[in-house]
Design a protein around this ligand. Structure first.
Ligand SMILES: [Zn+2]
Length: 135
């Protein structure tokens, strides 16, 4: 029986999906591709500073999978920077998670998609006492 493909959980769909060196026409410009799940691994590991164990837990994959995704993404970014290639963020085997929050003032609970991070206000009472609702 075929092993089902492991779906990686990501918290957001990137708004910007193409980076291009300035002053080089698209024609003749080489590009590297990073998948959406690899970008999420970069965000969690390199930007937020999570260790690979925690990245694996957030994305619901094994730690060796995280190691492989990060190695691929690091190499692609390095290649683009060193050789002046464009970076395209596209594809991957992923599912966007809903992030659940709770307002400590009015106890309203809601789900967010879209940009990562914590929302500023409670959508019901406009309060600021917002916490991530743990799974
Ligand atoms: Zn509220």
């Amino acid at each position: 029986m075929a092993r089902p493909r492991k779906c990686r959980w990501v918290e957001f769909e990137p708004g910007v999906t193409f980076f291009k060196p300035q002053g080089i026409p698209m024609r003749g410009l080489e590009q590297v591709v990073i998948s959406v799940d690899e970008l999420e691994a970069l965000r969690l590991s390199d930007y937020l500073g999570l260790n690979q164990e925690d990245v694996a837990q957030e994305m619901r994959v094994s730690r060796p999978t995280v190691t492989r995704m990060l190695a691929r993404a690091h190499r692609a970014v390095a290649e683009a920077l060193v050789y002046g290639k464009a970076i395209k963020i596209s594809g991957g085997d992923y599912q966007v998670t809903l992030r659940r929050f709770v307002c400590l003032d009015c106890e309203h609970i809601w789900d967010e998609t879209g940009a990562p991070g914590t929302p500023k206000n409670c959508p019901r009472c406009q309060g600021y006492a917002i916490q991530r609702f743990s799974r």
